[in-house]
Design a protein around this ligand. Structure first.
Ligand code: CA2
Length: 149
């Protein structure tokens, strides 16, 4: 089993409750359950954490070093602002796939910039809850060393 952490940032605890035009009607609990069940089909043991606090997210990334095989990260709005999260990922030596429910590139200009992308193996965005499933698939392929090109 590979160990994967699904880490969600600020306001994602509100999923399914408001703004369905951007984020759909799936709740965070449903996203987390989907990740656990899809992970099982890939031989992944998936744990998950959501926090509205930047420092908690940074601590979780630090704690992943040498423990987790990969991280699926939706950093929420910190994606577009947080050099601190970027530095934490760069120091953790754990492969990160950046995910977003919405297509950040089709939204406001400030959402087009991602500090997370600079330190991630790749980015999946725009597919709602399915973005997380695709990110788990991507990590499975990457970790199986089928990652050339
Ligand atoms: O599309 C994504 O997954 C985002 O990471 C979501 C963030 C946003 O700041 C990023 O630009 C893109 C916002 C999460 C807020 O989620 C809510 C969900 C329902 C109701 C209110 C907020």
């Amino acid at each position: 089993m590979t160990k994967i952490l699904v880490l969600n940032g600020p306001n994602l605890n509100m999923l399914g409750m408001r703004q369905p035009e951007f984020y759909g009607r799936t709740t965070l609990k449903e996203v987390e359950d989907l990740c656990v069940s899809h992970g099982e089909t890939l031989g992944q043991s998936v744990s998950h954490l959501q926090s509205n606090h930047e420092g908690v997210l940074i601590d979780a990334i630090h704690a992943a070093r040498g423990v987790q095989d990969g991280i699926v990260l939706n950093a929420g709005a910190y994606t577009h602002t947080s050099v601190a999260l970027m530095d934490a990922i760069a120091s953790a030596e754990v492969p990160v796939v950046e995910v977003h429910m919405s297509n950040i590139h089709a939204r406001e200009t400030f959402r087009h910039t991602s500090y997370i992308a600079r330190v991630s193996i790749g980015q999946v965005c725009g597919f709602g809850a399915q973005s997380y499933v695709m990110a788990l698939d991507a990590l499975a392929a990457y970790l199986s060393k089928d990652n050339v090109g």
